[in-house]
Design a binder for this molecule. Structure first.
Ligand code: FES
Ligand code: FE2
Length: 386
């Protein structure tokens, strides 16, 4: 049954038509609470999710917390140097173990003080010595798969998912070649300026990231910084790439460039389903974000902005301020306006522009994302005949 929160009756829902051709996902895929719930087992609990850069867990005992939907997790570095991830829940009565981020040599549950070491083994349970059938050494935290790509730490809740290296394929080599110095970069503190919910379904934000068809009409300063009509696209098994060449203007409507030394182009990657990454012209820089589906019509973007150690902080700040105040603000306004349209009874299913002769005018990456999404959602996206 359609949820009472969804404005569209079942009869009004468009079936999934011609997604391999020129038709996009139906609008109810961006509003329906039941479909949103079905995305967790079908997609989010099966894929790799970016959590933090390896340097956020520099020392043994450092920990960070995160959540994939309602699954709270924490990651910590052990005394052996390895990073481990666990469900953030005590084995005794289920209290959450740690909050935020910090450093601890042992993990002591705030409820009854059960204590775990950094490998997740229970090493203390007050008063447990004489409890019949209680074997302390049998008890440990539930672990979660964790892996790294180029120093970026990912988790996966699915024990059967392919390893991260297999999933990303040649993406690390592609990124290494495009972003010299990437592995020497570190996250800038305090630059996660996407701390608030954005009023759109997470797929609206990803769709928006996946095409530069909107750049000339909607991002005037971006289009003066980069040569938008020269955009090209490439695909891996699980990622898309959009490359936008530089406009090669030292003075432009975004921020000044040093054409001899700076990155002059921009490249943007989606690692399916919800990791978005890229760099902009200027000093060496890189951003990586995870788009979280907070509610059927709300999402949140967690971002790390990476720069080289010792980078010119003024130039870095200038680029970030522009990105935040112009291109990101413009995109958020576009996405929120699209979300309002997704509830309209006058809109059932959108279209792609796929122009093989002019890659600037192509939404091939959006179609890649939608096909993949439709494959994974399967029957949940079909509209049975009433
Ligand atoms: S719930 Fe953690 S010690 Fe009781
Ligand atoms: Fe945009």
């Amino acid at each position: 049954m359609p949820s009472e929160l969804d404005p569209r009756s079942r009869a009004e829902r468009a079936p999934l038509l011609d997604i391999a051709g020129s038709r996009a996902l139906p609008s109810w895929a961006y509003t329906d609470p039941d479909l949103w719930r079905a995305e967790f087992p079908a997609i989010f609990f099966r894929h790799w999710h970016y959590v933090c850069h390896d340097s956020a867990l520099a020392e043994p005992g450092d920990y960070v917390t995160t959540a994939i939907h309602d699954q709270e997790l924490f990651l910590t570095r052990g005394h052996d140097g390895g990073i481990r991830a666990f469900y953030n829940v005590c084995a005794h009565r289920g209290h959450v173990l740690v909050e935020g981020r910090g450093s601890k040599n042992r993990l002591v549950c705030p409820y009854h003080a059960w204590t775990y070491d950094l490998t997740g083994r229970l090493i203390g349970a007050p008063g447990s010595g004489k409890t019949e059938g209680f074997v302390r050494s049998d008890i440990c935290l539930s672990d979660v798969r964790v892996d790294q790509m180029l120093g970026f730490v990912f988790v996966n809740l699915d024990p059967d998912a392919p390893p991260l290296a297999e999933y990303v394929g040649d993406l690390p080599e592609v990124m290494r070649a495009a972003v010299p110095g990437l592995e020497d970069m570190r996250p800038q503190q305090g630059t996660d300026y996407f701390g608030q919910d954005i009023a759109c379904n997470w797929k609206v934000l990803v769709d928006n990231f996946l095409e530069c068809y909107h750049c000339e009409p909607a991002h005037p300063s971006f289009s003066d910084l980069l040569d938008v009509p020269g955009t090209t696209h490439a695909f891996g098994a699980n990622y898309t790439q959009q490359h936008v060449p530089g406009a090669c203007k030292a003075e432009n409507a975004a921020y000044p460039l040093d054409l001899e030394h700076d990155f002059i182009d921009g490249t943007f990657w989606l690692l399916y389903p919800n990791t978005i990454m890229g760099y902009l012209p200027g000093d060496p820089n890189f951003f990586i974000s995870r788009v979280d589906p907070h509610a059927p019509e709300r999402c949140r973007r967690h971002a790390d902005q990476m720069v080289l150690l010792g980078a010119d902080s003024q130039r870095d700040e200038q680029r970030r301020q522009w990105a935040r105040d112009y291109v990101v603000a413009e995109d958020i306004a576009l996405c929120e306006a699209v979300q309002r349209g997704m509830r309209s009874k006058g809109f059932a299913q959108g279209h792609y522009i796929i122009n093989p002769d002019d890659e600037n005018f192509t939404e091939e990456c959006v179609r890649f994302f939608h096909r993949r999404y439709a494959d994974e959602m399967g029957d949940a996206l079909s509209v049975p005949a009433d």
